[in-house]
Design a protein around this ligand. Structure first.
Ligand code: C2E
Ligand code: CA
Ligand code: CA
Ligand code: CA
Length: 383
């Protein structure tokens, strides 16, 4: 790669310079120094493989220290724009951590050199810092909420349209936040997925679901309804998942076919991975549903190769039932599901008209506000 040579004793950059680039030290040693109350003071000695001058580049401020070659050096310049781009694309939390370290380092440096006038522009927060800090806070709160069991698992009924009977439920998690109120899973599940927090949350939901099945059995509900639980990408990657679910079921002497797993279409991109999960589930008698069918990544590929037991048709198709095109498409999907020997569940059914059309088209199950909203187990058992 392209590099610049500096002779022993030569200045690489000086305090007060405007930065154009940072450097990666390929060979040689560099001394970093600053002026403290008029006296030079050595801050660090750097060697091969280390970065140099990256701080001023990161926050685009003037150099707060000088760099001098102690020996003959070979340095690879790294353009300011190169950092800026990486930083812009970085996880906002990582960016906030980096910027806060930088701020702290700079104020320590200012104290060291006696320039504590507090006017350092670096101390101004980055525009998206607030969001990132908010995210960090939410993440710690979520961790605590899980420990305090503030996450509630609600059940939304799924009706068999022909008989009008509630065949099962979907488990939907809720976070009752002391100040923010009910935080939508759409918000915190994504957050949890960015960290490993989704694994204990997922395990918690699955354990609650099994406890609820026991509750239904204890109350003598016959046939025992199924409960469907949503899986996230991280959970699918976890090779121990199915084993842990089986342990939960066996400990309660529950039949495995009463627990359904829902895998959202956007996660089905990696067919081999999902194929393994389905095979594992089928070998123990657990059904798997393809969730949100017809959204975003819309593609018939998953259905071509993967042996799902159930397809959940996204609510956008149900909304389209007020148009002939929508009716035509749902009709075709009903036929396809039947040909594949898959049960079809219509999601987001809100009106009688929609249920009527679905009935006529031969869709087996309906889920949505018309049938029932997500409810606490207590409310479900009262009906
Ligand atoms: P989803 O799996 O597609 O769940 C259906 C969503 O549609 C739920 O939103 C439900 O409350 C909502 N819904 C049901 N019927 C109707 C209706 O008639 N009209 C309208 N407008 N909406 C309806 P919710 O509970 O906010 O959950 C959002 C998403 O969060 C879920 O989408 C699911 O992907 C995810 N999620 C929920 N619980 C869990 C969980 O325990 N684990 C994981 N990994 N994800 C979860
Ligand atoms: Ca779902
Ligand atoms: Ca869905
Ligand atoms: Ca089947």
């Amino acid at each position: 790669p392209y590099s610049e040579l500096f002779k022993a004793g030569e200045l690489v950059f000086a305090e007060g310079d405007a930065p154009t680039c940072a450097y990666l030290i390929e060979a040689g040693r560099i001394e970093i120094s600053t002026t403290q109350l008029g006296e030079p003071r050595v801050l660090a000695e750097l060697g091969p493989g280390m970065l140099l001058g990256e701080m001023a580049v990161l926050d685009d401020s003037t150099r707060t220290a000088s760099a001098r070659a102690l020996t003959d050096c070979r340095l690879i310049p790294i353009d300011k724009a190169q950092f800026a781009e990486r930083l812009a694309n970085a996880d906002p939390v990582v960016r906030a951590l980096l910027m806060s370290q930088l701020t702290r380092y700079r104020s320590a440096l200012a104290r060291l050199t006696g320039e504590v006038d507090g006017s350092d522009p670096v101390l101004a927060a980055q525009p998206d810092d607030a969001d990132a800090v908010d995210k960090i806070r939410l993440e710690s709160e979520l961790r605590a909420a899980l420990e305090r069991k503030e996450l509630e698992v609600r059940l939304q009924p799924i009706e068999e349209i022909v008989s009008g009977r509630i065949a099962g439920y979907e488990a939907l998690v809720r976070w009752q936040h002391p100040e923010r109120g009910a935080v939508s899973p759409a918000e915190f599940i994504r957050l949890a997925e960015e960290t490993s927090l989704i694994v204990p949350i997922g395990d918690y939901v699955l354990a609650r679901v099994c406890d609820m099945l026991v509750e239904f059995r204890t109350r003598g509900r016959k046939p025992l309804p199924f409960i469907a639980a949503n899986l996230s990408g991280r959970q699918i990657d976890d090779p121990g998942l199915v084993g842990r679910i089986l342990d939960l079921l066996r400990a309660r002497d529950l039949p495995p076919d009463r627990l359904k797993l829902e895998v959202t279409e956007s996660l089905v991109m990696d067919h081999a991975r999902i194929g393994d999960l389905i095979a594992h589930c089928h070998s123990v008698g657990m059904p798997v549903a393809l969730d949100d069918f017809g959204t975003g990544y819309s593609n018939l590929g998953p259905l071509l190769t993967l042996n799902f037991d159930q397809i959940k048709l996204d609510a956008s198709f149900i909304k389209a039932l007020d148009r002939p095109r929508g009716v035509a498409m749902v009709g075709v999907i009903v036929g396809m599901a039947r040909a594949l020997d898959c049960d079809l569940v219509a999601e987001g059914v809100e009106t009688r008209e929609q249920r009527e059309i679905l009935h006529r088209l031969g869709c087996r199950y309906a889920q949505g506000w018309l049938v029932g909203k997500p409810q606490s187990l207590g409310d479900v058992l009262e009906h």
